[in-house]
Design a protein around this ligand. Structure first.
Ligand code: FE2
Length: 258
């Protein structure tokens, strides 16, 4: 039966919308309550919508009863502090699961490559319903930072790099793509991340905001990429050995080095 997916995302798996005029908005994200939540890199999160309206970040499937990343409950004390962010998350009119602001500390390209991961947004998602994708709205101005996407975790040739100036808006099928951010700023990066359910509402939003499935990718030095590949395999091997020493066998149980 499959899932309801977005035609706009079918070709490349991501789209970049027209920039939002971020400078015209108040910096609501600075007044929110953040909690420690380890994601890709050194991060904290300020949830706006969660499983039950509490200030916590856990996947909806880790609660009782478990459910997929849909029907998030707005957190009143956070919503009061960030009405513009909430309005922007709701603008497509698509169902919202988790919705939160991420705070990411500066990192290196090799860190981002090691941090590449696929999301699990569609765990427990019933077939025949909408596929959950994610919106990334950059709030701080990070024109030299980039969202890194890879269809194949270990293949840099599959890599796309999307710049993150203030107001940039990217929608990604984050369960299909390995993704992480290389944040080159001096200060933390802030972005609003929203889980949306695919369907006609999201399609219309992408269309009216000129969703581009072939945006420019940022060029970076080839040597940097090659060095990061070596470092990626070194770190994976290091982690595997560390787990093995504790009697935990990693999957795949083979050397990934070299
Ligand atoms: Fe993710």
């Amino acid at each position: 039966m499959g899932f309801i997916t977005s035609a706009a995302l079918a070709e490349t798996g991501y789209v970049v919308l027209d920039d939002h005029d971020q400078a015209a908005d108040p910096a609501e994200w600075l007044g929110l309550e953040y909690i420690g939540w380890r994601s890709s890199g050194i991060t904290r999160f300020a949830p706006l919508a969660s499983y039950a309206g509490e200030i916590e970040c856990n996947g909806f499937w880790n609660h009782t009863p478990p459910r997929t990343d849909k029907a998030g409950v707005w957190i009143p004390e956070q919503v009061r502090k960030a009405p513009v962010l909430v309005r922007r998350a709701k603008e497509p009119g698509a169902d919202i699961g988790r919705c939160r602001v991420i705070e990411l500390q500066p990192n290196e390209y090799a860190d981002a490559v090691y941090n590449l991961h696929q999301d699990d947004n569609n765990r427990l998602n019933p077939e025949g319903t909408g596929w959950v994708v994610r919106g990334f709205f950059n709030l701080s101005d990070d024109p030299d930072s980039m969202l890194i996407l890879r269809e194949d975790r270990f293949d840099p040739a599959s890599e796309v790099r999307l710049a993150l100036p203030a107001g940039s808006r990217i929608i990604v099928d984050t369960q299909r793509f390995w993704h992480a951010v290389w944040h080159r700023g001096k200060d933390p990066r802030y972005a609003l991340i929203t889980s949306w359910t695919s369907g006609p509402e999201l399609d219309a939003y992408i269309a009216v905001n000129n969703g581009d499935a072939h945006p420019a990718t940022v060029d970076i030095d080839q040597q940097l990429i090659e060095d990061a590949q070596v470092e990626l395999h070194r770190r994976i091997e290091e982690r595997r050995r560390s787990f093995e020493a504790q009697g935990i066998v990693m999957d795949p149980p083979v050397s990934l080095y070299g």
